[in-house]
Design a protein. Sequence first.
Length: 201
Amino acid sequence: MGFLCEKSQENKSIETIELNSVSNSDIPQIKEIYISYWGKKSLYKDSTFKTIIGQKLSYAFKSKNKVIAFCLMYYNLKKKNNNSTDKNSIEVALLCVRDDYRYQKLGSTLLSFCINNCKKNNFKKITLHVSSTNLPAFSLYKKLGFIVESFHEKYYHDENPKDNDAYYMTKNIWKWMLSINTINLRNNLLKLFFIYLLIYF
């Protein structure tokens, strides 16, 4: 999937970026973007990145193999009574955009795509944590339908105490699917009712 992107405010050159699944070879660039944004070491070890990427639910915008923006997501497996696994919810682990590609709606476009992909994979809910001081990200999540469920003090355990707190936000996507299924069920019942009337009356 291709997109046209204006590279920066100063440089008006236009380039095409592609939407692709995240691969293990992207991990060094993902860590680089994260560190440049937060100014601290990577949140996850390489082994954790590989586990998240292995679930094939993470996507990135790329330009000539350069990662422009990425959204890492992973699902939580809830055990049923019969010991089988049930994909109940999916967590947004990281959402980042390179410095010189910000303010071009790449983050919102990427996250919107990932949300729709979660719907197609029948997940019930999307969850995330966002720093209480990260107001741009918080506003983006609210705009895309996430609601605040709780407030967690000292969630990140960072050196800077002002950045430790986080909001826990969720977006229920099961209701949307359930409403469509309910409409289809109602229509099918009406059809059966009219067939019954035609046959017996």
